[in-house]
Each structure stands twice: as C-alpha cells, then as structure tokens.
Design a protein around this ligand. Structure first.
Ligand code: FES
Length: 170
C-alpha cells in the first residue's frame, strides 16, 4: 500500500504472515526508526504475548491508543485484557503489565519513488505456534482449515474499527 494513505496515530489492521494472524500498522507521525518519508511507520504482530488476545471480528482487546488513559500513557499499544502495555516507538517493548515479551515486529520496506510499503518478514518473539494451538477450533471454523496459509502477495489493510465490531477502551 502507499504510505500517504495512512492517517497518523490510527490503528490499521492487516493479516501477515498467515491469513489468520493479525498485525497492527501505525504511522506514529514522527521518526521512530520506522519506514516512510518520516521513518514514522511501524508494524507489529497484534497477538499479545501474555495470553494471546488478538483483534478478532467480534472484539479487539489489543489496539493502539493515541491518547493517555487510566491504565497507560499516550501512543501505546495496550491490551485491555490484563493491561499489558507496549511502546510502538521502541520496538513494542513491554512498558507495563504482565506481558513477558515484546510484540513480534513486522519488518517493512519502503520505496520512496512509489511511496509503497511492503511487509518483508517478522522479527522477535513470535507467538504464532501458540496462537494456532490455542485458537485451533475457532480458527478452523472461520478459515475452513486454511488459517495457517501464508498471506498472499497482497494483504488487505484496513482501519481496525472497520474490521472489529467492538474495539475495547481501557
Ligand atoms: S492477553 Fe493481553 S494482557 Fe493478558
């Protein structure tokens, strides 16, 4: 997709590297060592390293929050399930709560000529095996046994609020 399509400090969701594994794409609006003209765009697996909460169609407990709340500072990825808080400007390191590890990072590439962003791979502590084991029945109902299929050459990016019917606030 083109970087210019992203609104700053907004939750975008895409599925990568598997069709059933959700990731958050965020333009932090400032240089955080990411990609894009301002090095402001980052992406992380949206599977919480605590108990594997993730953005599902019915509800997303884990999401980026632009503003501060009772449980976290502004500009954090916050899992409302048990209040694990990750800092997307510092490789999603854990800054609060019970999460034992950062979110896995999604490596991105950026072509300045075309303004295109691409996902290249993952880095860090992946939760994919645990995710597929924990949600095996649910995912097989939703994806007909194809949940572990790799994402196609193009994966859809959309605002989290358009994908999830309820986005938890906490
Ligand atoms: S599952 Fe995310 S904090 Fe517990």
């Amino acid at each position: 997709m083109r970087a210019a399509e992203l609104k700053p400090l907004t939750n975008y969701l895409f599925h990568y590297p598997f069709v059933a594994t959700p990731c958050l794409l965020i333009d932090m609006g400032r240089d955080v060592g990411g990609v894009g003209k301002r090095k402001s765009i980052v992406a992380f697996s949206a599977i919480c390293s605590h108990k594997l909460a993730y953005p599902a169609r019915e509800v997303a407990f884990i999401r980026f929050q632009a503003s501060a709340s009772k449980h976290s500072e502004a500009e954090r990825i916050h899992c409302c399930a048990d209040h694990s808080v990750y800092d997307p400007s510092a490789n999603a390191k854990v800054v609060a709560g019970p999460a034992p590890a950062p979110l896995a990072a999604i490596a991105l590439s950026y072509d300045a000529k075309t303004d295109q962003i691409r996902a290249l791979g993952t880095a860090g502590t992946e939760q994919f095996d645990a995710f597929f084991a924990k949600y095996d029945f649910k995912l097989s109902m939703e994806y007909g046994g194809k949940a572990r299929q790799q994402s196609a050459a193009a994966t859809r990016v959309q605002e989290l609020s358009l994908y999830c019917r309820n986005v938890a606030q906490c």
